[in-house]
Design a protein around this ligand. Structure first.
Ligand code: NAP
Length: 352
C-alpha cells in the first residue's frame, strides 16, 4: 500500500482510507454492519496496509467510534495508524440545541466524548462535519485550536461546505495564530463533480489534502444499482426514465439487490438520473476493456485527479481488494476523457 503526505503535513496516510460509517449498528441505517460482521473487513483493510480510518461521532450514534477504537486496538499499533473523526451533527436522538454545532462548549464536550468512545487519548485528524452558520467562525477556530494545544487532537480537518466558508475559516485561524485545517473531506466521485469548480482548486492551491467521501457514489458506480431499487422520495420508479445501465443485459446480470441498494434513500436522491446511468455505462465499458471492476476504475480515476485518499465504504471482503487494486491502474488522458464524457452538472449535494 502506498502512503502519501496528508497535504503539507508530515503525516503519512495510506492512499486508501477506510470509511467506518458502514460499521456500527443497523438500528442507525439498515445497511450498517454490526461488530461481528465488521471485524473481518477491518482486519482485511489492515492486512492490505491501510493505516487511515475515518469515522464520525454521529455514525451509528457513537457505535462506529466504539468499533473503530476496538478494532484498531485489536489489529494495529496506535502510533502507526491515523484515526479521523468528526463533530457537528447531533449524536443520537434527544439532544438539545447545545448537543450539536460547533460552539466552544460543544467542541470541548464532543472531543472528550469521542475520545471515550474510541478508547484513545488523542485523535489524529479532528474534522468539522459541516460549517456552523450559528456560531462565529472565530469561536469555532479558537476552540479547535485549544483541543490541539491540549494534546487531544493532532491535526484539524473540515468536510463539505462552500469554498468561501473554508477560505474564511482558514483566514481566521491564520489571524488568530492558531491551527488551520490540513484536509477537506468532500463529496467527489465520477457521478458528482461539482467540487471541481471551486473547492478542489482551492485545496490544491493551498496544499490542503482532498479526501473524497462516497467515492463510488454510495455504491451507484459499481454498476449493480437499478432505478427500481427503492421508491424515489420525489417520483415513482415508473416515472423515472430508465438509464441504459439499468436496462442493459449486462447490468441486469450484474444486478444484486444489496441491503444498501434497497434501503439507502440518500443514494437514490443524489444520483440515479439518466445521465448518471450513462456515466456508469461508460465506466462499465472501460472497466471491461481494462479487465478491472467498476469500483477499481472509479477509485483509479479519483487517484488520477490528484486526491490524497478516497474514503472507501466496504461491506464485503473483495470490495477492499478491489479498492487496493486501484493503485495499480494507469489511466491515459483519453481514458479519463472517456470516463468524464457523459457527466451532467448536478445541484449541490451534501451540504447547503
Ligand atoms: N463527510 C461526510 O459528510 C461523509 C458523507 C458520507 C460518507 N462519508 C465517509 O465516506 C465513507 C464512504 O462513504 P460511502 O460508504 O458512501 O462510500 P462509497 O464507496 O461511495 O459506497 C460504498 C458502497 O459501495 C459498494 N461497494 C464498495 N465497493 C464495491 C465493489 N468493489 N463492488 C461493488 N460495490 C462496492 C458497497 O455497497 P453494497 O453494500 O451495496 O455492496 C458499499 O457499501 C464513509 O464510511 C464515511 O467515512 C463522509
Amino acid at each position: 500500500m502506498q502512503t502519501v503526505r496528508l497535504g503539507t503535513t508530515g503525516l503519512q496516510v495510506s492512499r486508501i482510507c477506510l470509511g467506518m460509517m458502514t460499521y456500527g449498528s443497523s438500528t442507525w441505517r439498515p445497511w450498517v454492519l454490526d461488530a461481528t460482521a465488521s471485524k473481518p473487513l477491518v482486519k482485511r483493510a489492515v492486512d492490505l496496509g491501510i493505516n487511515f480510518f475515518d469515522t464520525a461521532d454521529m455514525y451509528s450514534a457513537g457505535e462506529s467510534e466504539v468499533l473503530t477504537g476496538k478494532f484498531i486496538k485489536a489489529f494495529c499499533k496506535r502510533d502507526e495508524v491515523v484515526v479521523a473523526t468528526k463533530v457537528y451533527f447531533p449524536v443520537g436522538r434527544g439532544g438539545g440545541p447545545n448537543s450539536q454545532g460547533l460552539s466552544r462548549k460543544r467542541i470541548l464536550h464532543a472531543v472528550d466524548d469521542s475520545l471515550k468512545r474510541l478508547g484513545m487519548d488523542y485523535i489524529d485528524l479532528y474534522q468539522i462535519h459541516r460549517f456552523d452558520t450559528q456560531t462565529p467562525i472565530e469561536e469555532t477556530m479558537d476552540a479547535l485550536d485549544s483541543v490541539v494545544r491540549a494534546g487531544k487532537v493532532r491535526y484539524l480537518g473540515a468536510s463539505s461546505m462552500w469554498a468561501w466558508q473554508f477560505a474564511k475559516a482558514q483566514q481566521v485561524a491564520k489571524e488568530q495564530g492558531g491551527s488551520r485545517f490540513v484536509s477537506m473531506q468532500n463529496h467527489y466521485n465520477l457521478a458528482y463533480r461539482e467540487e471541481e469548480r471551486d473547492m478542489i482548486p482551492l485545496c490544491q492551491d493551498q496544499g490542503v489534502a482532498v479526501l473524497p467521501w462516497s467515492p463510488l457514489a454510495r455504491g451507484f458506480l459499481a454498476g449493480n444499482r437499478r432505478n427500481t431499487d427503492l421508491p424515489s422520495p420525489n417520483a415513482g420508479a415508473s416515472e423515472r426514465p430508465a438509464g441504459r445501465a439499468a436496462n442493459s443485459k449486462k447490468a441486469k446480470a450484474a444486478a444484486t439487490s444489496t441491503s444498501r441498494a434497497l434501503t439507502d434513500d440518500i443514494a437514490q436522491s443524489y444520483y440515479y438520473r439518466p445521465s448518471d446511468f450513462q456515466v456508469v455505462d461508460n465506466l462499465t465499458a472501460l472497466a471491461a476493456d481494462k479487465g478491472v471492476s467498476n469500483a477499481t476504475l472509479a477509485y483509479a480515476w479519483l487517484l488520477h485527479k490528484g486526491v490524497t485518499a478516497p474514503i472507501v465504504g466496504a461491506s464485503k471482503l473483495p470490495q477492499l481488494d478491489q479498492a487496493a487494486a486501484a493503485l495499480e491502474v494507469q489511466l491515459s488522458a483519453e481514458d479519463i476523457a472517456r470516463l468524464e464524457l457523459a457527466y451532467q452538472p448536478h445541484p449541490v449535494l451534501g451540504h447547503s
